[in-house]
Ligand binder design. Structure first.
Ligand code: C2E
Ligand code: SIN
Ligand code: SIN
Ligand code: SIN
Ligand code: FE
Ligand code: FE
Length: 396
């Protein structure tokens, strides 16, 4: 694969970029990166951008994979698609300390002698490449967590060493990289996790209460609309949309005799029912995937009430995570608007009255307001995902 961005640097000695050249590089790449959804291609653009900005021979972008305790890069100049232990090499070192590393000559450097011997110098032996200057710059996401590092090899200007200015430029590129990569990774993660969720929910929907299938889809859509209505950033709203289908996942552990009981639950049965929140939380809480973390919050807090009278913990007001406060309304609206084994669907007027009454008691007033402000869209969603529609489709 050859693109304009991968042009080979022909001449031996280059000059540092003039300010207007630097600006062109930054504008060119940031525009391209903003339009790119594939992690591989974003990493490649990042690497090329870093290389051009600081006039290095090679540049690679490494990402931390915390699940596997590894560092990985899908593309780099001179390397491709490798994974190494999280603490390995100069990159692992820089990520561990959070500090950048400068090396003027890999062959005479003392502080990193050991790391270099098994790293760059060993690689040079097999490839014939001559590593001289090295610079590693860790970068962080919006939450301040280190999520990766830039590594640049060999400065192509006459000085042959990286300068403090180069560090500044690569730090700038890295801060941009942190933000862009987060959004791309979120997309990738959404796609992967979506499949897992649909599969899991499908299993539950088939073997368990009949309501589950479309109920969770509607709750997802309502949650998204409410989140956007409350001014949540689109990406976070999408995250909530992906996570909210799992709000009742703890019902997998509730016995049929309770879950499918046609009539009203006894106090004892309702206590069993309530445990679906804690169970859902314990199923999801240990994942480091962002979607599943969000889902854990939703599973745990969707039956909390603004006035503190909900369960399982009796949280009150903004102690309840916004995700829980949003899903609570989405869930109850859908439960009331649908037939259940234990009740018939309510008329819309009756539901709306309940939301007026419960504004500030069961529900966060701001979320109720967002609900009414977006009612037309919510009713559209109810139509789009009607239960009968699906049954008809399934039969035909
Ligand atoms: P669900 O059916 O998804 O209902 C979710 C929530 O919607 C309920 O949470 C409740 O806040 C609201 N909701 C549903 N139906 C009604 C209703 O007729 N009147 C009012 N005012 N609110 C309603 P809740 O109460 O914590 O219940 C959690 C889950 O427990 C329910 O999920 C359902 O699976 C089960 N459940 C609750 N009550 C009964 C019951 O009488 N019989 C049976 N078989 N299951 C019940
Ligand atoms: C990765 O870390 O390999 C991609 C993102 C994720 O799986 O959470
Ligand atoms: C989306 O951005 O995923 C679609 C919005 C919606 O489902 O309402
Ligand atoms: C959030 O906005 O992400 C949650 C904080 C809250 O409970 O309001
Ligand atoms: Fe629930
Ligand atoms: Fe529910």
């Amino acid at each position: 694969m050859t693109t304009r961005d991968e042009h080979v640097i022909e001449s031996k000695v280059k000059h540092d970029l003039q300010p207007e050249e630097m600006l062109r590089v930054i504008f060119d790449y940031t525009a391209k990166i903003a339009n790119e959804r594939h992690l591989d291609r974003v990493l490649m653009l990042m690497a090329n951008m870093g290389r051009e900005m600081i006039v290095s021979d090679r540049c690679s972008v490494w990402l931390v994979d915390r699940h596997r305790n590894e560092l990985y890069t899908t593309v780099a100049h001179g390397v491709s698609g490798i994974r190494i232990p999280l603490t390995a090499g100069l990159v692992g070192h820089a990520i561990g300390t959070g500090e950048p590393i400068f090396i003027d000559d890999a062959y005479t450097n003392e502080p990193y002698k050991m790391v270099l011997a098994t790293g760059a110098l060993a690689t040079d032996k097999t490839t014939g490449y001559r590593t001289k200057a090295l610079m590693v710059v860790p970068f962080r996401n919006n939450d301040g967590e280190i999520i990766g590092a830039y590594q640049a090899v060999n400065k192509l200007t006459e000085s042959e060493v990286f300068s403090a200015k180069d560090l500044e430029y690569l730090t700038l590129a890295a801060s941009y990289a942190g933000k862009s990569l987060e959004s791309v990774q979120l997309h990738t993660e959404i796609e992967e996790t979506q499949k897992e969720i649909i599969f899991t929910m499908g299993e539950i929907g088939e073997s368990r209460s009949k309501e589950t299938g479309n109920h969770v889809k509607r709750v997802a859509e309502y949650s998204y609309v409410l989140a956007i209505g409350l001014g949540m950033p689109r990406e976070e709203a999408e995250l909530l949309k992906m996570a909210s289908p799992m709000h009742d996942i703890g019902k997998v552990a509730i016995p049929d005799s309770v879950l499918k009981k046609p009539g009203k639950l006894t106090d004892e049965e309702f206590d069993i029912m309530k445990s679906h929140t804690d169970i859902g939380y314990s199923l999801l809480r240990n994942s480091s995937r962002r979607i599943l973390k969000t889902a854990a919050i939703v599973a745990y807090e969707h039956h909390e009430k603004w006035n503190g009278k909900g369960y399982p913990r009796g949280l009150r007001g903004e102690e309840i995570h916004l995700y829980g406060r949003i899903t609570a309304i989405a869930d109850v609206f859908d439960a009331l608007a649908s037939d259940r084994v234990y009740k018939k669907a309510w008329e819309l007027d009756r539901i709306l009255n309940l939301f007026h009454e419960e504004r500030g008691s069961h529900f966060d007033p701001a979320v109720v307001d967002a609900f009414f402000a977006n009612l037309p869209r919510i009713l559209e969603i109810r139509e789009e995902y009607r239960d009968e529609m699906l049954e008809e489709t399934a039969k035909s």
